[in-house]
Design a protein around this ligand. Structure first.
Ligand SMILES: [Fe+2]
Ligand SMILES: [Fe+2]
Ligand SMILES: [Fe+2]
Length: 326
């Protein structure tokens, strides 16, 4: 991770925030991938901050969501300052052992804490940004302590060799599983695409709040699909990952780094066909899945996407009605 030590100009501040942002995007996805590759409800630890015994998998998901909020905070401030928020991501890695993933998660927390806390702001320069960076850094301090406690609980229980669910290459010819992977990739892309527009239109709460709701729905669908993939005997994919002989997967581009649409109309215009495409894929998948719990869940997701399509069509139509709207 690049370091920015001295903050004096707007460019320094934007540069620091963009370096941090590429980290935040990566870990927001990486922690979810680690959690959604773990067996459910099996690993508990004593949380050093909340002072309760709690589910390590669930808390790892919670930390991933904190990272998404960090990404959003940083991007909105970068945008306000006239900069361009980066959608590139630092490397995303999945090790076969749960313990190795938490080791990495703790290490990246300590690295980013150092990035935030070692930045020296020229006296009086960007006090609100300085304050924000310090505030975020203490979320990272908490995360680091929580991952540390998760590892200690695993060591105490003698569970250091427990593996994550592993990708199952035998399912590569199964059309329903492959279609679900494809849908899940689109859910992730759409979630981040909506977030890009939330950031782009953050000066006005109406549009940004509506788009944020849809981003969160797509994130929830990504979560649910990750669970269904495990029920089908597979595990969530990491996009563009290379796997080495030891089964370690690494990706430099675990999500798209650019999204179409610059102004209000061109951004909204991309969302209608994107939602339509997703709806068609869900309909096809549902026709291949027997009645039952999985089909019911997919039906709910399809229904919400139809709601998105209705909303997006009207957001676009209404935007086109008003002259001078940017
Ligand atoms: Fe963070
Ligand atoms: Fe963190
Ligand atoms: Fe949608």
């Amino acid at each position: 991770m690049e370091q920015v030590k001295h903050i004096e100009t707007e460019e320094d501040a934007i540069n620091l925030m963009n370096i941090a942002l590429e980290h935040e995007w990566a870990v927001s996805l990486e922690y979810l991938i680690h959690a959604y590759s773990m067996p459910k409800g099996k690993f508990f630890y004593h949380d050093p901050v909340m002072k309760i015994k709690t589910d390590a998998r669930r808390q790892t998901i919670q930390i991933g969501i904190d990272e998404m909020y960090h990404s959003l905070q940083l991007s909105i401030i970068i945008k306000k300052m006239g900069g361009t928020p980066s959608f590139k991501t630092d490397e995303v890695i999945r090790y076969p052992l749960i313990m190795d993933n938490w080791k990495r998660d703790k290490k990246t927390e300590d690295l980013v804490t150092n990035l935030y806390q070692s930045a020296e702001f020229e006296e009086g320069a960007f006090p609100k940004i300085h304050n924000m960076v310090l505030n975020i850094s203490y979320d990272e301090v908490r995360h680091s302590e929580q991952f540390q406690a998760m590892m200690e609980a695993m060591r105490t229980a003698g569970e250091e060799d427990v593996r994550l669910h592993q990708p199952n290459p035998e399912l590569s010819g199964k059309e329903d599983v492959q279609l679900l992977h494809e849908i899940t990739r689109i859910e992730n892309e759409l979630m981040h695409r909506y977030l890009k527009y939330v950031i782009d239109f953050s000066e006005h709460q109406d549009l940004s709040q509506r788009l944020f709701k849809n981003a969160i729905d797509h994130m929830k669908h990504w979560d649910k699909n990750s669970g269904i993939l495990i029920k089908m005997g597979d595990v969530i994919h990491i996009e563009n990952a290379e796997t080495d002989a030891a089964g370690v997967e690494k990706s430099e581009r675990a999500m798209p780094d650019s999204y179409p649409g610059e102004d209000r109309i061109s951004a909204l215009e991309t969302l209608v066909p994107a939602e339509e495409n997703l709806i068609v894929k869900y309909e096809k998948l549902i026709s291949m899945i027997p009645a039952g719990e999985i089909q019911d869940q997919l039906q709910l997701q399809l229904a919400l996407d139809r709601e998105h399509l209705f909303t997006q069509n009207w957001l676009l139509t209404n935007a086109k009605k008003i002259k001078g709207l940017v």
